[in-house]
Design a binder for this molecule. Structure first.
Ligand code: CTP
Length: 403
């Protein structure tokens, strides 16, 4: 746990997600970090400094011009006497200020004055997140070296609206902070990895699509684990509700063809791990308009056509990564099917898992896998998807180092 003994300067800005920051403080402290809170004026409308201070067991800093605070600590020291500046929730307003170097309150001043790593967990209405101004600001901040965790998709706390904008869950923020502070060995430094994750959505018409139950958890965990070992990771993700992992370049796509294009654009790489549950087929000609039902007329049939096989394309590509790893989702004859896939798709390793409904793998948090390669079959014990990711990343690093 990289968080143990670390000093976190937590900036809470004014959004409804500030209620989750209380839990975040507890989770950070449980892991041995100390938390020094700064609250913006807006934040204090949502949660009280009393609650924040009690959970953090520290003074809550709120005012740039507090004579007492300036005497005791001072905003420059506040900005530097920490191992990580964490903004949760990070509102559109605070990020706009930070992107432009404004410093008209304590939070924005600290962000301008700090020389420490900064991790932001944005939270806002989906329309605000999608606004070109916010997008520009996020890009600027990313360019300045600020890291982001989330936002995730889902229903908003304050309205019935759904979309991307919900703050990442406290435990996800903790994991992102932990990996950012992790100064463990980085054997994959200088290596490039491509990971696919999640399902694909294949449109039937503008409102309907074909999908599957993949959550993206396994693929996202692998991308994060590779990044922790120092790899330069491009994660090509289908539509998922979990947040983007920290420290990873994420390309969001919907359809298999888009996923293939994004993967090919990310080549060359040292390793490709294809975890996405790509739809094998798409509707041959998706309708431009919503398909209506007309009483008395026959029920429509969907003509399907085959999607590109991304793993196979990469496995046989002229700039094939040194190591190509695929997943096999099987409900029967797991091992035999994986062996066939290994050859057909030009992969070095197939991670085979049994996705029969009884196993709860699809959409769940645990995984029991078999690694099938030309050297044989290795059965791994029942592990969490994070543990599978850790092991796989370690194995990838070993294999790449072997030359
Ligand atoms: N895969 C891919 N592109 C596709 C289909 C699958 O890249 N169009 C990749 C998956 O990411 C996974 C592997 O291929 O790494 C195996 O996918 P799976 O669905 O198990 O195998 P299929 O090739 O679809 O074979 P089948 O449906 O017959 O099991």
């Amino acid at each position: 746990m990289a968080l143990s003994g670390k000093r976190i300067l937590l900036i809470i800005s004014g959004g409804i997600a500030a209620y989750k920051s209380l839990d975040l403080i507890r989770r950070l402290r449980e892991r041995g970090a100390s938390v020094r809170p700064i609250m913006t004026k807006g934040a204090q409308e949502f949660v009280t400094p009393l609650a924040v201070g009690a959970l953090a067991a520290d003074h809550v800093f709120t005012d740039l011009f507090s004579r007492q605070d300036e005497q005791d600590v001072g905003h420059i020291r506040l900005a530097r006497d920490c191992d990580l500046v964490l903004i949760a929730p990070a509102t559109a307003d605070l990020m706009a200020k930070a992107a432009h170097g404004l410093a008209d309150d304590l939070a924005s001043t600290v962000l301008l004055a700090t020389d420490r790593p900064v991790l932001a967990a944005p939270a806002m209405n989906p329309k605000m997140w999608a606004h070109p101004a916010t997008k520009r600001n996020i890009e600027t901040l990313q360019h300045d070296g600020i890291r982001f965790i989330g936002p995730a998709a889902g229903e908003m706390a304050e309205s019935r609206e759904a979309g991307t904008g919900r703050m990442a869950e406290p435990l996800e923020i903790v994991a992102a902070a932990d990996s950012l502070l992790d100064d463990g060995p980085k054997p994959l430094t200088g290596r490039k990895a491509i990971v696919t994750s999640g399902p694909t959505h294949e449109p039937i018409d503008p409102v309907r699509y074909i999908a599957n139950r993949s959550s993206g958890r396994q693929g996202h965990a692998i991308a994060a684990a590779l990044a922790r070992l120092g790899a330069d990771v491009t994660l090509v993700s289908g539509p998922v509700t979990i947040p983007d992992p920290a420290g990873v370049r994420v390309v969001h796509v919907e359809r298999a063809e888009e996923m293939r294009d994004a993967v090919l654009a990310a080549l060359p790489a040292d390793v490709a791990v294809m975890v996405a549950a790509v739809a094998d087929w798409r509707v041959a000609s998706a309708a431009d308009q919503k398909i209506k039902k007309h009483p008395g007329e026959s029920i429509p049939t969907l003509a399907l056509t085959e999607n590109p096989d991304i793993l196979k394309t990469v496995g046989h590509h002229t700039t094939r990564p040194k190591l190509v790893i695929g997943f096999a989702a099987e409900t029967q004859d797991v091992e035999a099917n994986a062996k066939v896939k290994l050859d057909r798709k030009g992969a070095d390793i197939i991670v085979a898992n049994d996705v029969s409904p009884a196993t709860g793998v699809m959409g769940g948090t645990r995984n029991s896998v078999k690694l099938v390669s030309r050297d044989g079959v290795e059965q791994w014990p029942d592990l969490s998807k994070d543990e599978v990711a850790e092991r796989l990343a370690a194995m990838i690093s070993e294999q790449l180092m072997r030359g």
